[in-house]
Design a protein around this ligand. Sequence first.
Ligand SMILES: N[C@@H](CCC(=O)N[C@@H](CS)C(=O)NCC(=O)O)C(=O)O
Length: 227
Amino acid sequence: MATNLTLISHPLCPYVQRAAIVLAEKHIPFERIDIDLANKPDWFLALSPLGKTPLLLVDGQPVFESAVICEYLEDTTPHQLHPADPLVRAQHRGWIEFASSVLGVIAGLYGAQTEPALATRVAELRSKFATLEAALGEGPYFAGSPFSIVDAAFGPVFRYFDVFDTVEDFGVFEATPKVRQWRAALRQRASVKNAVSADYPELLRTFLARRDSALSARMTVEACAIG
Ligand SMILES: N[C@@H](CCC(=O)N[C@@H](CS)C(=O)NCC(=O)O)C(=O)O
């Protein structure tokens, strides 16, 4: 295992959080450098083929794409997070991809320009979480497994709703009790909690409020209502 790991990061990026959670679960020391994605540094663009965070520097060598970073960490360090069985491992990889698709819908939700578009995204999320509900076991983590990379992928997904809930309860977990329990278990996990800074909720609220969206309009109304 290389000795020098640097995670190039953005404070709000859910994909960065996946890598940070895996690093924490494996007790691997690393340095974290936040960059401004609206003004990407030249050194970052020179290292990152897609210009996206996360980027992991392994003794200065770049590894990009969060799923690939997690696989690299899994291949090179002890304390396996993936299941040993190849079929179950493949299924876990599929659910990590599913988490990315949920993040896509979440971005659609906070970017929705109109109330009907917002409602469509909420309905899509309900459907995604209903699909997930059917894949969950007894818990507390994904499919009854010990904490895995699927958990690292969904911790950041659920974290969005901690902030959305302060604006409005969209009811996306109403029909999914197992997903609700899973969300609560991940919220308690130290690696998940510590994957963001203490000011994350405020940073996310500011990010959401500055968008010209149906959600930001609700936040403005809410701000007016309290003073
Ligand atoms: N598929 C990528 C997605 C990473 C991603 O979308 N990162 C966002 C921040 S959360 C980014 O860097 N956006 C900047 C850009 O696209 O220019 C992964 O899993 O690492």
